[in-house]
Ligand binder design. Structure first.
Ligand code: ADP
Ligand code: MG
Length: 235
């Protein structure tokens, strides 16, 4: 893995990132000239209409997708030229994802859904279980550790997903529309949990949202239109 000294303090640095999807003979430019930096512990809201490139940006920042061109540096590691195998290892050690559709494993309990991450990572056995239970406790769902996702409310499921994203002590967590499936009140609760967890741990985050009300839980808002990032505002 290569490291660059300049970016070592940043959670994320994207420079001139371009992403082109090829579908048959046509090309879709999903992201163009995207420059974005996220400081350690900073929470950035990413707001834009459907199809503007928000999920693509998160996928590239988290090493799920490779950029067509440009540089992507996460926590000081330049992942721009990583192979898919290197990206997989990088994701497991450095980033967390929380998606709109929660994607919990339906036949595993809340605790087991956190431990799944760990089997791919470094902790094993009782240490992992202890960490999973501590995280579930912080998220206020310790008493739900043995419940299956189907036995949890939408807000509780989203908390399990947040807990899972924290298991590997990431540098950066990418939240892709984490509240869009929740009602207003639950959405606010989940945003509060997100803000508290990130700030207490000093973890940086990008929160994709359609809902301007969610931006007040973030430090800064970046708008995206047609694959281009536009003026940022600090809160
Ligand atoms: N795998 C893909 N193949 C082809 N086009 C895609 C793919 N994923 C996304 N796109 C297109 O790229 C653009 C940006 O998509 P996306 O990043 O999902 O936007 P958002 O998350 O803001 O709704 C859209 O025009 C979408 O149709
Ligand atoms: Mg999307």
């Amino acid at each position: 893995m290569s490291t660059t000294n300049v970016a070592v303090d940043l959670a994320l640095r994207m420079e001139a990132v371009r992403k082109v999807y090829r579908v048959g003979d046509s090309e879709i430019v999903a992201l163009d000239h995207a420059d974005l930096t996220v400081a350690p512990g900073e929470i950035v809201a990413l707001v834009g209409p459907s199809g503007s490139g928000k999920t693509t940006l998160c996928s590239i920042a988290g090493g799920i997708l490779s950029a067509t061109s440009g540089r992507v540096v996460v926590g000081g590691t330049d992942i721009s030229d990583f192979s898919s195998k290197e990206l997989t290892a990088f994701r497991q050690s450095t980033v967390g994802f929380v998606f709109q559709s929660v994607n919990l494993v339906p036949f595993l309990t809340a605790r087991e859904n956190l431990l799944v991450v760990d089997e791919l990572g470094r902790r094993t056995g009782s240490a992992a279980r202890k960490r999973a239970d501590a995280i579930l406790g912080e998220l206020g769902i310790a008493d739900r550790a043995n419940n299956l996702p189907s036995q949890l409310s939408g807000g509780q499921r989203q908390r399990v997903a947040i807990g899972r994203a924290l298991m590997n002590e990431p540098r950066l967590v990418l939240f892709d529309e984490p509240t869009s499936a929740l009602d207003t009140k639950l959405g606010e609760q989940v945003m509060t949990v997100i803000r508290n967890e990130m700030k207490n741990r000093g973890i940086a985050a990008i929160v994709v949202t359609h809902d301007e009300r969610n931006t007040r839980y973030c430090d800064r808002t970046v708008h995206i239109v047609d694959g281009r990032l536009e003026g940022t505002s600090s809160h």
